[in-house]
Ligand binder design. Sequence first.
Ligand code: ATP
Ligand code: MG
Length: 438
Amino acid sequence: MRLSRSFLPTLKETPADAQIASHRLMLRAGLVRQTASGIYAWLPAGLRVLRNIETIVRQEQNRVGAQELLMPTLQSADLWRRSGRYDAYGPEMLRIRDRHERELLYGPTNEEMITDLFGQVVKSYKDLPKALYHIQWKFRDEVRPRFGVMRGREFLMKDAYSFDQDYASAVASYQRMMLAYLRTFQRLGVRAVPMVADTGPIGGELSHEFLILAPTGESGVFYDAALEGQDWLAEPVDTDNHQALASFFDEVTSHYAATDEKHDEAAWDKIPVERRREGRGIEVGHIFYFGDKYTKSMDISVTGPDGTMIHPEMGSYGIGVSRLVGAIIEASHDDAGIIWPESIAPFRAVIINLKGGDEECDALCEKLYAAGPDALLYDDRKDRAGAKFADADLMGHPWQIIVGPRGAKAGLVELKHRATGERVEISPEEALKKVFAV
Ligand code: ATP
Ligand code: MG
């Protein structure tokens, strides 16, 4: 994309109402604009990030056998009356009436709808397990929307739901999702630590929140450094094998990790001091086993192995896709701007033409631009070099390919790595090869 023709509005001034770095940077880098309290329009660069995150989330969900579908944002109140949650949900639910006075709501989550769909289709334990997910906008009328997309009212979530014939199989589904989440966050280029979370009235240990460490996080976090640096992409776990899943899960959960709500001082004291990590975190995912809560209340059953009817056991698994954009920036920025992990950057590189109008510079830039893929941005604006550098740092492209008159004469460009600040002088072909591995 050529910057001169793009819709990538960067701001020099710091927006006054944005309290945290990621919110300021998302506005300044032209990723989003607020259109109403807690509701945002995603501009082209922001949308590219959202899509990149979605792609990784999808691949890892599919990898553990979850199937994608798409449920609507609007749901009927009657569906929620069947589980008893229509009255229980409270003012966070946005309730709507259509022209026929039928009651609808903008979905804050989809347990009821997926349970109903499942019940219409699956009639026997032989068709279990099933895991289904979608990536869809949710609405929760938060009392205090804040920190930009981090706590919005309308936000994008990946929510998955599993259905199993018994507890053992439901646990395996839960463990599979835990693995999918660890792999997803690693691929997104952030560290999100799974921490024991409240299970509410159901009890047990099968609820974990995934938190990205950042000083502005809403939760206090305590964890064992043994959880750092584990590589979930390198160690294949056979997700069809319950034993393999269980030992993977035991390994992860053997290390202490809890938010302030579940913190246990006695357990904490047993961890060697040098391994104690304490700070703040942002919840970006939550996995939860809740048994037959919905299948029972909504009267959904399938034939069991011995011919009697059983209520399948369920779990639900959320990832805050739009919150992640803010959370990742919160964890990865400096004074100059965003530092995108390569896997989700809106553009992988920007060509900075230091002297627009100079024949050699223009020719070299055009040649580079023509040879590059869609993820190559070209700053062809008539601005000063300083302004272009500032915008490139602000927008956080992993690589900057800098073209100046001296280099152009010699057939060289300067390649700058945003994260480390390292610069090398190389040929344009080598630069493209290095950035895009082509
Ligand atoms: P929180 O405690 O932050 O309010 P929650 O526990 O209510 O979140 P879940 O129902 O577990 O949220 O939703 C799954 C995921 O959706 C969360 O882990 C979070 O990443 C994301 N999420 C929840 N509420 C919001 C929101 N208001 N804005 C953006 N993302 C959200
Ligand atoms: Mg939660």
